[in-house]
Design a protein around this ligand. Structure first.
Ligand code: 6R9
Length: 571
């Protein structure tokens, strides 16, 4: 792709000598940052929180929490003490190393205390989206044989306690009524708990967190990460997030999504910065207010949110003060070049795309502050990681050839298991030596990676391979288009034709003329073969809770096929 390069900016953590760092990097050096380098025994909660209490960061604000009714701050010392107490609550119930403990509640300080307390007893934490309905909760607790869940009165009815024989403890946050037998009040238990706690030291390969992620069909998979992942969370916090002592950092993701734990909990706290959490629903105003009010300096969000902010207009941005903002990043979906240019226009900042997956446990291919970026590209692999484009036999492909995006096995945060499903785990490694991501991409002559789609999404129309992302990005450049999802629809003549589902911006009517105009726009701006033959206007597109457009759902609807697992779909 021929695009203009946007020059490097001043990164405080410098990767302008990327090639040199890349050639000489060794993860063993990063391990030396941690005390367990000497002892061999480790605990993520210690490194993220307790360790700082022994330093000048003791009374530094670790967490700024706000929603419509609460506005609170917690220091590192306070979070350490609260999570000690919660560790005692769990230990008092007999919960120990390796047990699975789920958190099922909205983003509140109690959620973060619960996660940290769970880690402190050496148990494995399983975060759930608060929007999950009963079946989704059941699948995950059943599959992992969870022994405890921490939830709220509103969500409690969705926990099918009687159908889960392994589930022994239900801890309820914020209950005003009498609790049923066997249920424990979080507040009452915390009030009685001691803040003296002996942390459970575990091995670096011991289980830490279990994130369920949906496959395209069938039941969700439990992706297990171990404490060792902290090496990568810590280091990418420096290289990619560019975190420094005085940063106020805001990751907008919910902990039900891997981004909300790896980069909403671990990376910022391992690096000792102030972490902002905003509860409640998204509105452009409340998000801009959050950046302004808390003086956010580093902001990590997702393309779907940036597109919504973009849709709210440039005028709104002018009402807020973004002068503290110095670094903006994105993950979860391809970042349309249009959004990068918008970021430069309204915030005077490039938006830095980062690519990774639940399974990879941490960022792998990224754009760095101190490197030139090419809008539309995911960037280059972090040092210590070798990524490539391979064919189905495992041969590495030359530049500009589309193929499987794969990573040489063995980076610190890589998943260690699919819970209860070794066969599924092995599928990712079916080409010896490689982790095969399921994404298709190509690499250009300068080593930048370009996302094309999920392998199953790539469209073959009249012999041309078309990545849906390229077409979608062109579509959202059109002033009438808010969001677009593109699929291949089987066609007897062309193999597949390109079909686009489009949500319009406010003020536009879905007419035949507009349809024709949009088609022409892609034809002239991209390529004739890439122009959608069919366009369907919709009020909104099906998306996951992390904001990904669900192309497989669009395709299933189009073909009248079963949609597969929908538990991660937005309401
Ligand atoms: C962290 C996360 C993983 C899938 C991944 C890819 C898509 C993520 C992306 C991206 C293009 C990016 N994805 N980041 N596609 N550009 N920068 O998102 O994990 O929810 O497991 O999703 O998301 O398709 O394979 P997860």
């Amino acid at each position: 792709m021929n695009v203009e390069k946007i020059p490097a900016t001043e990164g405080r953590f410098n990767l302008s000598n990327y090639d040199e760092v890349y050639a000489n990097f060794d993860w063993a050096e990063v391990e030396k940052q941690f005390s367990w380098h000497e002892t061999g025994k480790v605990n993520m909660a210690y490194e993220a929180i307790d360790r700082h209490v022994l330093t000048d960061r003791k009374d530094k604000t670790a967490l700024i929490y706000s929603d419509l009714t609460r506005d609170e701050t917690y220091t590192y010392a306070q979070l350490s003490e609260l999570s000690n107490k919660f560790g005692n609550v769990l230990r008092g119930l007999g919960i120990a190393k390796g047990d699975r403990v789920f958190v099922f509640m909205p983003r509140t300080p109690e959620l973060y205390v619960s996660v940290l307390g769970t880690l402190k007893v050496g148990a494995i934490v399983g975060p759930l989206f608060e929007a999950f309905m009963e079946a989704a909760v059941r699948d995950r607790l059943e599959n992992s044989e969870a022994v405890a869940i921490i939830t709220t009165p509103a969500l409690l009815p969705r926990v099918p306690v009687n159908e889960l024989p392994a589930l022994k403890h239900v801890i309820v946050v914020g209950s005003k009524d009498e609790l049923a037998e066997g249920q424990i009040s979080f507040e009452a238990a915390m009030a009685e708990a001691s803040s003296d706690f002996e942390i459970e030291w575990v091995d670096r390969e011991d289980g830490m967190i279990l994130h369920y992620t949906s496959g395209s069909t069938g039941k969700p998979k439990g992706v297990l990460h171990v404490h060792n992942a902290m090496i990568q969370h810590y280091q990418t916090g420096k290289w990619v997030l560019d975190l420094q002592e005085d940063d106020i950092y805001w990751c907008t993701a919910d902990p039900g999504w891997v981004t909300g734990t790896a980069y909403g909990i671990f990376a910022p706290w391992l690096n000792g910065v102030t972490n902002v959490v905003r509860g409640g629903r998204f509105t452009p105003e409340s998000w801009y207010e959050t950046v302004e009010k808390y003086k956010v300096s580093v902001w990590y969000s997702a393309p779907t949110s940036f597109r919504m902010l973009m849709g709210a207009g440039d005028e709104l941005v002018k009402k807020y003060d973004f002068s503290n903002l110095r670094h903006v990043l994105s993950v979860g979906e391809p970042l349309n070049p249009e959004v990068v240019y918008w970021g430069m226009r309204v915030f005077n900042h490039r938006i830095h795309d980062t690519w990774w997956m639940t399974e990879t446990g941490g960022q792998l291919i990224c754009n760095y502050k101190s490197m030139a970026i090419k809008p539309g590209s995911m960037g280059k692999p972090i040092p210590g990681v070798y990524a490539s484009i391979i064919d189905d036999q495992g041969n590495e492909l030359p530049p500009n050839r589309m193929g499987n995006l794969a990573v040489k096995v063995g980076w610190p945060a890589m998943m260690r298991q699919i819970w209860n499903n070794p066969a599924k785990y092995q599928e990712y490694f079916h080409i010896p030596g490689w982790y095969v991501s399921g994404d298709s991409a190509y690499k250009d002559e300068e080593g930048y990676f370009w996302f094309q789609g999920r392998i199953d999404d790539v469209i073959n129309t009249s012999g041309e391979r078309v990545g849906p992302f390229e077409v979608e990005s062109k579509l959202v450049e059109h002033p009438a288009v808010a969001e677009a999802g593109v699929i291949g629809k089987p066609d007897p003549v062309r193999g597949e034709i390109i079909k686009a589902f489009i949500a319009l911006r406010a003020g536009y009517e879905p007419t035949d003329e507009l349809m024709e105009e949009i088609r022409k726009f892609v034809k002239e701006g991209l390529a004739a073969h890439a122009a959608p033959r069919e366009i369907e206007f919709r009020d909104k597109l099906p998306k996951t809770r992390s904001g990904k457009i669900m192309r497989r759902v669009l395709k299933a609807w189009e073909l009248g096929l079963p949609t597969g697992d929908l538990s991660t779909m937005e309401d």
